[in-house]
Write a new protein. Structure first.
Length: 276
């Protein structure tokens, strides 16, 4: 009998599948032992048996009422394409959770500014849904969420977003790079939403996740708003690989994104050429 190791996945069951966009689906996963036990910002390795595995951020919050967890998966390669072909009841291999996380306890008493670009909303959703939940909201001051996508059809979790926009205790601003006849909101890249923000920079934690090009320009806007580097946290989840530091493909200069990240405080990676 083989001894189980960190390389051995747990067999999990897909409980439900929901289309979010043409490229993204939301998978609800059930483990035999119950809860995953993750923190916001962490990821799992998902194995489609006979095809391969891929690292995917957990998009559901740790205080989710159900004992399941959720993954938002974009169809971009062989593994994710195979995953998209599966339905409720199918079996998957799960390893993890892995990586560093957004420390919500350290954020208590602070204002929060989220900057989510494209599918970068999925990793941040775990923290967003946690801090905006009924039992946690009072632990944080102002919460502002900036969400930008290429076109209106690219928005993820549209129903949830609309509910967040209705709330009076949260400021939610969204934008599209290019509008269409259905879009009545703001048009422009996500950094154009910074212009009208009024924030207490010293007491605001900024959390960023999105496409690589977004980080550089978002950091410039943070400097304009005088947000200290020590108050900036980002997920480099796109650089995740094996999860355990074995393959070495996630290296950022001397750091391993799968173990030292994917969540980093900005000063840790500020001078690393390969990070941003």
């Amino acid at each position: 009998m083989l001894e189980k190791t960190i390389y051995t996945p747990v067999t999990a069951t897909i409980k439900s599948v929901r289309n979010l966009t043409e490229l993204e689906k939301l998978f609800e996963i059930e483990l035999p032992q119950g809860r995953l036990g993750h923190k916001p910002g962490q990821f799992v390795q998902v194995e489609v048996f006979g095809v391969g595995e891929a690292p995917i951020s957990v998009t559901s919050p740790p205080n989710r009422k159900e004992n399941t967890f959720e993954l938002c998966v974009r169809k971009v390669g062989n593994v994710t394409q195979a995953l998209h072909s599966l339905n409720s009841g199918a079996k998957l291999g799960i390893r993890g959770p892995y990586g560093t996380y957004f420390n919500a306890d350290k954020m208590k008493g602070k204002s929060l500014l989220f900057v989510a670009g494209g599918i970068g909303y999925a990793p941040l959703r775990s923290l967003i849904n946690f801090v905006t939940s009924e039992e946690e909201r009072s632990n944080y001051k102002d919460i502002t969420i900036l969400y930008g996508v290429k076109t209106p059809k690219d928005f993820l979790f549209r129903d949830e977003v609309e509910e967040l926009k209705k709330r009076t205790d949260i400021k939610f601003l969204d934008t599209v790079d290019k509008g269409d006849e259905t879009w009545k909101g703001h048009v422009g890249v996500i950094t154009t939403l910074f212009a009208d923000l009024e924030i207490d920079a010293e007491n605001t934690i900024t959390v960023i996740c999105g496409p690589p090009v977004m980080y550089k320009f978002t950091l410039l806007e943070c400097r304009v708003k005088r947000i200290p580097d020590t108050n900036i946290i980002m997920s480099l989840e796109r650089k995740m690989k094996c999860g355990v530091g074995k393959c070495g493909h996630c290296q950022i200069n001397g750091l391993y994104c799968c173990q030292d990240g994917p969540v980093f405080e900005y000063p840790t990676i500020k001078e690393l050429e390969e990070a941003l």
